[in-house]
Design a protein around this ligand. Structure first.
Ligand SMILES: [Zn+2]
Ligand SMILES: [Zn+2]
Length: 344
C-alpha cells in the first residue's frame, strides 16, 4: 500500500512510499482509512521536535471501515464504520491504566509516531480504541473526532465552565476553535485570541459563534478581557497555542482565583512567570489527550448535530499531496487539512 512515512529522526525525512499492509493482531481491527487529519503534532514530528520511532507511518487522527478483525475481537465486524483513538498500546497494569486514563500510562505507545499511523490506505488498531460511528455521522465529521475529544476533555473533564463565565481561548487552531465551541455549549461567553497569521482561523471562530475574536497584533487582548469582565479577568483560560507569548498573556488574562488550562505543548522547557499561580491563587489544570467518556460525549455531540466539525475542514487532499498539506497546516492558510487515501 501507499503511506506517508517518517524515515529518519531529525528535520524532514518524510516520504510518500510503498509500505507493507498491516496484518491485524488478535486484539486488533484493520481499517480501510477514509480520512485522517493533519495535526500540529505532525508538524512537530516532521521538524524533529517530537519523539518518534522511525521508520513509521504518520497520522493519528483517523476513521474508516473495518475490513478484517483479529481472532479475539468480538465487538466489531468487517463493514463497521469506526473512529479510533490513541494510545495504541498501554501496559494495562499501572494505576492510570486501571483507573481508565490510558494517556497517563508511562508505557503508552501511540500510533502515528511510535508505531504505524493512518496516513496510509490501511491501519490496524486495538479494538479497545475503536468507537462505532452512528450512521448519521459522516467520515468527514468523524475525522475531527480526536481534536473534539481533546476539547471535550479540557472543558468538561479537566475544568468547570458555567453559564455566565467569561472564557478566553488563546490559539485558534483546530483544538482552540473546538474548545471555544464546547465552552459555548456550556453557556460561557468566549473570547478567542490569535495573531496576525491566524486571520482565516479567527474568521472561522467568529462564524462558528465565538463572542469576540481578537487579533493580538492589532488589539490588546488584555484590554478586551478587562472590558468584558469589569476589570476582573477571565474565569477560565485555555492556552491552546503552546507558545510562551501566549502563556504569558494567559497569566495576565485569568482572574485572581480563576483557572488556567494548559492544552498546548511547548517545544521544551520554558521561561514564564510561575509566581502568578501562587499570587493569583490560580487553579492550573493540565489537559492531555482524552479518556473514554470524552469520546462518548464527542460522538453524541456529532450525532446530535451539536458540533459541526466539517466547518473546520479547509482542505481535503489525497496522500500524495502531503507536502501541501503540511505547508498549509503551519503557514496559516488552512484551518484543518484532512487526507483522504481513497482520493486519486
Ligand atoms: Zn493530534
Ligand atoms: Zn499503564
Amino acid at each position: 500500500m501507499k503511506a506517508i512515512v517518517k524515515t529518519k529522526e531529525g528535520q524532514g525525512f518524510v516520504e510518500f512510499k510503498d509500505w507493507p499492509e498491516p496484518v491485524p493482531e488478535p486484539d486488533e481491527v484493520k481499517l480501510k482509512v477514509s480520512h485522517a487529519g493533519v495535526c500540529g503534532t505532525d508538524i512537530h514530528i516532521i521538524k524533529g521536535e517530537w519523539p518518534c520511532r522511525p521508520p513509521v507511518v504518520l497520522g493519528h487522527e483517523f476513521c474508516g471501515t473495518a475490513v478484517e478483525v483479529g481472532a479475539q475481537v468480538r465487538s466489531f465486524k468487517p463493514g463497521d464504520r469506526i473512529v479510533a483513538s490513541n494510545p495504541a498500546r498501554t501496559c494495562g497494569n499501572c494505576l492510570n491504566c486501571r483507573a481508565g486514563n490510558p494517556f497517563m500510562c508511562s508505557r503508552r505507545i501511540s500510533a502515528g509516531y511510535m508505531i504505524d499511523g493512518a496516513f496510509a490506505e490501511y491501519i490496524s488498531i486495538r479494538a479497545e480504541r475503536c468507537h462505532r460511528l452512528p450512521d448519521n455521522v459522516s467520515f468527514r465529521q468523524a475525522s475531527l473526532g480526536e481534536p473534539l475529544s481533546v476539547a471535550v476533555h479540557a472543558v468538561m473533564e479537566r475544568s468547570t465552565v458555567h453559564a455566565g463565565d467569561l472564557v478566553l481561548v488563546s490559539g485558534p487552531g483546530c483544538v482552540g476553535i473546538l474548545t471555544m465551541l464546547v465552552a459555548k455549549m456550556e453557556g460561557a461567553k468566549v473570547l478567542v485570541v490569535g495573531t496576525a497569521k491566524d486571520q482565516l482561523r479567527l474568521a472561522c471562530a467568529k462564524s462558528l459563534g465565538a463572542d469576540v475574536v481578537v487579533d493580538a497584533s492589532k488589539e490588546d487582548p488584555l484590554e478586551i478581557v478587562r472590558q468584558q469582565s469589569q476589570g476582573e479577568g477571565a474565569d477560565v483560560v485555555y492556552e491552546c497555542a503552546g507558545v510562551v507569548p501566549s502563556l504569558d498573556k494567559c497569566w495576565e488574562a485569568v482572574r485572581r482565583g480563576g483557572t488556567l488550562v494548559p492544552v498546548g505543548i511547548y517545544p521544551g522547557k520554558i521561561d514564564t512567570d510561575f509566581n502568578k499561580v501562587t499570587m493569583k491563587e490560580l487553579q492550573v489544570s493540565g489537559s492531555f489527550g482524552y479518556v473514554w467518556t470524552s469520546w462518548q460525549r464527542c460522538i453524541r455531540l456529532l450525532s446530535d448535530g451539536k458540533v459541526k466539525t466539517e466547518a473546520l475542514i479547509s482542505h481535503e487532499l489525497p496522500l500524495d499531496r502531503f507536502e501541501d498539506a503540511f505547508r498549509w497546516s503551519q503557514d496559516g492558510s488552512a484551518i484543518k487539512v484532512v487526507l483522504n487515501p481513497m482520493m486519486a
